[in-house]
Write a protein that binds this ligand. Structure first.
Ligand code: CMP
Length: 135
């Protein structure tokens, strides 16, 4: 069964949005297979965002994602990669539609509340980086 990674980022944890975001996932009818709260190490953050290494915002991104605790969860369900991406909303605050997580809670390109895997392939790589016992 398809799986995806959803990360509730430090801005959302600080703004006490963990419950809201978990509730959206549950109400949608998706299965939460694993869930934990931790502060991401620099090593894991660099691995997670290695595709953005050359981007001008890379250092800000690494500093932000390691700035405080995050909540990581593995979600399972048919087509869940695309479904959870739609629930998160577009990265650009100009495109994130109200009703989506980012559309409801963020106007910031960097501090954008959640991360979700953008493909089945990257979800496998990302889940492996953070969860040892989920395959
Ligand atoms: P995420 O889905 O975690 O994937 C990469 C992250 O980089 C993205 O969410 C944003 O937090 C951040 N990001 C993407 N584009 C920009 C940008 N132009 N400026 C600053 N941060 C960005």
């Amino acid at each position: 069964m398809e799986k995806t990674l959803l990360v509730i980022k430090p801005d959302a944890v600080e703004r006490k949005l963990i419950g809201d975001i978990i509730q959206r996932v549950e109400r949608k009818g998706l299965e939460i297979k694993a869930l934990k709260m931790e502060r991401i190490t620099l090593e894991k953050a660099e691995k997670h965002y290695e595709v953005h290494k050359e981007k001008e915002f890379y250092n800000d991104l690494i500093n932000f994602i390691t700035s405080g605790p995050v909540v990581l969860m593995v979600i399972e369900g048919e087509n869940c990669v695309q479904i959870v991406r739609q629930m998160a909303g577009s990265t650009s605050p100009l495109d994130a539609i109200p009703g989506s997580i980012r559309g409801d809670y963020s106007v910031d390109l960097l501090k954008n509340i959640v991360h979700t895997s953008d493909s089945v392939e990257s979800s496998r790589r990302e889940i492996k980086n953070f969860f040892r016992n989920v395959d």
